[in-house]
Design a protein around this ligand. Structure first.
Ligand SMILES: Nc1ncnc2c1ncn2[C@@H]1O[C@H](COP(=O)(O)OP(=O)(O)OP(=O)(O)O)[C@@H](O)[C@H]1O
Ligand SMILES: [Mg+2]
Length: 371
């Protein structure tokens, strides 16, 4: 049976040579059977939250529940958790069978059951032949070792599976393959799973839902679609996908239609954006406007009074052609990205272009705020 995981005001402070508030009053719930991604930059507290979930760290404050059971003070060996650590070290002096069987052996499982369960789980992770050969894990490829690490964590039917950047040591192609494999295995077993990564593409691809973390705080929780289309703030918007920002001042707004004077060339932008939740907008207010690369357009004709830039690099990315365009803003250069569905005729690198802003898209965020 898979269970839910609930965090209630979870805090973790490390006291050492300096005080680190690694988790600051975190509260949310992961549903039973969910594949949940924790995503955030290095040092934001992902591993700490995972270790707290497993009972490997003592909380400074707050409580953690598996279903309705308060597990806050239950030691890790009394919890039924499977874990793959950031460096998924297998035991090099044990063969593959013994590595996978380890969790069953320490639980006193009989030989016959142990053999059956190891065989089942090695089938599930796609390595029945490796089990037949049964070498030392040092004789396996990175991807195979990774599968063995997942098998080792799953073999004793844990209530919860915790994966801390399990694909970090693999090359890009294998990573993409293994993330699909992990999703497949998770859906077959239906074990509530937390998958930690700092790779946004990986999190968006694998997770049923994601939490975006920064500095010990959860900035937003939702499906990748929800977060991509309705980011709470500038940081989240630029962490899940790319966002181009423009500073400006609200001139007028009525019925969701805004006119913003951009600092860039004093350009008067009229559009109907999504406004960040909780942001009260009024005339004269300084704000930050955001556009995704696929929302902006460029054209070769240069029109005075509009937002102008110079093409730095043109990249063909398969489905789109990406234009990196440098804008002149009060002497500061700012580079934006514009994705066009095809190459724009007559526009080459180092040409001057006009940026076009469609009316039906775009975002308004609070002024300042980290990008
Ligand atoms: N045992 C510890 N003692 C002191 N500080 C710690 C300890 N463990 C973590 N920290 C600090 O807590 C913060 C969060 O660390 P954590 O390892 O959770 O980050 P992370 O999000 O997993 O980062 P990464 O993506 O680099 O793995 C960091 O500032 C880190 O230096
Ligand atoms: Mg970590």
């Amino acid at each position: 049976m898979s269970s839910s995981i609930s965090y209630k005001d979870v805090q973790k402070t490390f006291t050492g040579s300096q005080l680190v508030h690694a988790l600051k009053k975190i509260s949310f719930t992961i549903e039973p059977g969910e594949l949940f991604c924790l995503l955030g930059p290095s040092g934001c507290g992902k591993t700490t939250l995972l270790r707290c979930t497993a009972g490997l760290e003592t909380l400074t404050g707050g409580r953690i529940f598996y279903d309705d059971t308060d597990v806050t003070t239950i030691p890790p060996f009394r919890r039924n958790i499977g874990m793959v650590f950031q460096s998924f070290a297998l035991y090099p002096h044990m063969n593959v069978f013994e590595n996978v069987a380890y969790g069953l052996r320490v639980r006193g499982t009989d030989e016959a059951t142990m053999k059956r369960k190891v065989a089942e789980i090695m089938d599930l992770v796609g390595l029945p032949d490796v089990l037949k050969r049964n070498p030392s894990p040092t004789a396996l490829s990175g991807g195979q070792q990774q599968r063995v690490a997942v098998a080792r964590a799953l073999v004793y039917d844990p209530q919860i599976l915790l994966l801390d950047e399990p694909l970090a040591n693999l090359d890009a192609k294998l990573r993409r393959h293994m993330r699909a494999e992990i999703r497949r295995i998770q859906k077959v077993t239906n074990i509530t799973t937390i998958f930690v990564t700092h790779d946004q593409e990986e999190a968006m691809a694998i997770g049923d839902r994601l939490a975006i973390m920064k500095d010990g705080i959860i900035e937003q929780i939702g499906s990748s679609d929800e977060i991509y289309h309705n980011p709470n703030n500038a940081f989240v918007s630029n962490f899940i996908g790319k966002m181009n920002f423009f500073e400006g001042t609200i001139m007028t707004h009525k019925d969701g239609q805004y006119t913003v004077k951009l600092d860039m060339n004093n350009y008067a932008l009229s559009f109907s954006p999504k406004v960040a939740p909780g942001l009260a907008t009024k005339e004269g207010q300084r704000i930050k406007v955001g556009f995704r690369p696929e929302h902006l357009r460029i054209k070769g004709e240069v029109t005075e009074g509009e937002v102008l830039g110079r093409v730095r690099i043109i990249q063909h990315l398969g489905q789109v052609v990406r234009y990196e365009v440098a804008l002149e803003a009060q002497g500061n250069e700012r580079v934006i990205e514009v994705d066009m569905l095809g190459k724009v005729q007559g526009v080459a690198e180092s040409d001057q272009v006009t940026i076009e802003f469609p009316e039906q898209v775009g975002f308004i965020f609070a002024e300042g705020g980290e990008e």
